[in-house]
Design a protein around this ligand. Sequence first.
Ligand code: B1M
Length: 226
Amino acid sequence: MNRVRVSDRAAILSRLRDAVANFEVDEVKAACLDALEAGIPVEETILKGMARGMDIVGGLYEEDTYLLPELIMAAEAMNEGLSVLKPYLKKGGAEHRAVIALGSVEGDIHDIGKNLVGSFLTAAGFDVRDLGVDVSPEEFAGAVNDGDIAILGMSSLMTNTRPAIERTIKYLEHSNFRSSVKIIIGGASVDRKYADRVGADGYAEDALAAVRAAKKVAGSIENYSG
Ligand code: B1M
């Protein structure tokens, strides 16, 4: 692995952040390749480079400088960069850890963060089932009913989709599935306080924290061998 000075590392990550914010696909890909070449950990490149670019995009959207098309183009640029980096996510975990099902909650079609969480969990050795986006409480419960799922992960990016988390947990309680799974939640609309209030077993602010949270709750599951 090439050694890279802290200042060079910061420069590459800033370049990547700006390329995402300006949805310059070729530049995003080039900066990703430079980050790989410089030996910057893939997780850091994603979370401290590209994800920061998306935050800038969100801010510009809030102040009406960007509109929906710009959000879409930035999402495409981020996905192009992820396709360069994902093959290099380190396989670090034991295989056949707990099965974890992930979905964006009802009404929410944001999936970049959820997919990242899934990729990081897969790299950590979890068996990830992707339930997709706009997943209703009934669909989450159906996934649990289907069998071997030990952990359910819910992602919510918007204030108006956050209540769907609580609805899903209540639905799982009423249908007697709640005790069969551990629940982890994340996404920009939630925090630890909300997670505690709705009775989730774990909360994670980013994809690396999601791996830590999944390992923690998996550790409390009987017969878990990871
Ligand atoms: Co939308 N959007 N969007 N959007 N979008 C936000 C979320 C918003 C904050 C922008 C803003 O106003 N600043 C705002 C929500 C405001 C609010 O409710 N507070 C918003 C809005 C309003 C909307 C629409 C309503 C716009 C419209 O139509 N007028 C619409 C809603 C669609 C719907 O869901 N029904 C909409 C649509 C879209 C696009 C489709 C254009 C696109 C999404 C494309 C896609 O996902 N395939 C999009 C985008 C790109 C964004 C922003 C700019 C970026 C989101 C993103 O991908 N971030 C976003 C602003 C922002 O977040 N700063 C915004 C990068 C990603 C890596 O981070 O998703 O946060 P994130 O995931 C992180 C952590 O949150 C965490 O780990 C991830 C990785 O580190 N995490 C988990 C996420 N899920 C987790 C689950 C876990 C654990 C951790 O455990 C299970």
